[in-house]
Design a protein around this ligand. Sequence first.
Ligand SMILES: *Cc1c(COP(=O)(O)O)cnc(C)c1O
Length: 482
Amino acid sequence: MEEHLDPENWESFRKLAHTMVDDVLDYLKNVRKQPVWTPMPDSTRKYLERELPLDGSPPEEVYEAFKTHIFPYNKGNVHPRFWAWVQGTGTPMGVFADMLASAMNPNVTIGEHAAMYVDQQVVNWCKSIMGYPEDSSGLLVSGGSMANTTAITVARNTMLLNSRNAGLQQFEKQPVMYCSAESHSCIIKAAEMTGIGKDGLRKIDVDASFKIIPEKLEEAIHADLDAGFMPFCVVANCGTVNTGAIDDLKAVYAICKKYGLWFHIDGAFGLLAILTDEYKGQLAPASLADSLAFDLHKWMYMPYDVGCVLVRNKENHRNTFSITPNYLLQQERGLASGPESLNNYGIELSRSFKALKVWMSFKEHGIRKYGRMIAQNIQQARYLADMIDQDERLERLADVPLNIVCFRYKGAVTDENEMNQINLELLMQLQEKGIASPSSTILNGRFAIRVAITNQRTEREDLDVFVKSCIQLGTSIASVKK
Ligand SMILES: *Cc1c(COP(=O)(O)O)cnc(C)c1O
C-alpha cells in the first residue's frame, strides 16, 4: 500500500474546508465586537507545549484544536483598535488570495509559468508607484528588514568594488555608512551582516522633530574622509518607527551626490504616503534614490508577509546576487524557459507566490483607494493628536508628521518617574482589558504610549473610545499611586 497526504475522504474534507471559510469570514466580519487582545490561559500554554505527534488525528480534530487554542488568542492586528508597532490588518481578499497561492503552490524563482509574470507585474506596479524608471529592478521579499538588507548588500557590492570576490578585508580604508539615530534596528543588522559592522555605521543626530540633521551628516562624512575611512552609503528615513519622522530627502540626496555615495531610503511604511496628494511632493525625491525598501504588509494592508526592494540600476542589482549553478540553467523552451531566474536578484532561492495577494488586492480596490486609505489614517492620527492637545490631562510627546502619535497621561502628576510608571501601567491595562493595543517607546527618557495607525478598519469613534479610556484608567491609576 502506497501512502499520500491528501484527504482520506475528499467530501468530508470539503465540508470541513467550507466550515473554515465560514469561520474566517465570521471572524473578520465581527472582529470589531471582540476584545483586541485576550491573554492566553495556562491550559492553552500547556497544550502548545505538547510533544511531537507521532501519529495523526482526524482533520476535524486538528481544526477543533486550532479553534480552541489558537484562533481566540490572536495578536489582534486585524482589530480596528490595534495600533501597536507598525502592523497591517490584512483584508478578506488578501486571505483568500493566500489560499489560492497556497493551492497552486508554485516556487516563484524560475520557470515559464503564470506566477513568474504576476510577480514581475507587481514589481513593475511598485516601480510605478514610486516613480522609478521602467528599466530599474526590484524583488518582493519577506518584509522591510529583508528589503533593507538586500539594498544595502547591493550598495556594498556596487560601491566597494570586488567585494564579492575579495570581501572587505581587501580594503585598506574601512568602509563606513550613515543613518540617523532614529533609524530602524534592521539597518544595524544589515550593517553587521554585510561586514560593515556596527562600528562602520554612523548614527547621525536628529533634530527636535527626530529628523536627521543634514549639516551633521556632512560633518561626519568630512571627519571620516579626513580620518581615512571610506564612506559609501547613506540610509535616509521615510517614516521612522518611533514617531513617523521623514528625513529631508532632498538634502540627503544632495549630500550623496556631492560625495558620490549610495542613497538608500528605508520607507517601510512611510514611503507609501507617496500615494496621497499631500505627501507626493515631499516624497518625490524617492524616485532619485539608488534603492528603496518598503513593506506591503504594513500600510498597503496585505496579509503577512510581503515587502519590496527596488534598485534603480538593474545591473547593480544583478551583479550583486547573480549566480547560475548547473541545476538552475535556463533553457530556450519548456518549463525552464521564461523570465530570468529571481535567484539572481536576492538572497532567498525558494519564494512563495506572495505576489498574488498584492495583484488581486490592487485590482480589487485600485491604487487610488489605497491613497485614500493612507490619507484617512493620517487624518485619524491628527484627529487623535487634536484630542490629546485639547485635554490637559494628556500630553503629546512628539510631532505628528505622519500616522504615529506619541503621548502620555499626565493628570496632576509632576514627577517624571511616577509619570513613567503610571503610563506603563496604563498601557498594560489598555491591552489586558482588550480595549485597545497601542505600544510604547521612550522619547528623551520619557515613557510614551505610541499609536501607529496602519489600520484599514480604524474609525474615528475607535479613537474617541481610546482617549476616554486613557483618561479614565489614567486617573484611577494615578489616584491609587498617591
Ligand atoms: C517595520 C519596519 C522595518 C522592518 O520591516 P519588517 O517588514 O518588519 O521586516 C524597517 N524600517 C521601518 C521604518 C519599519 O517600520
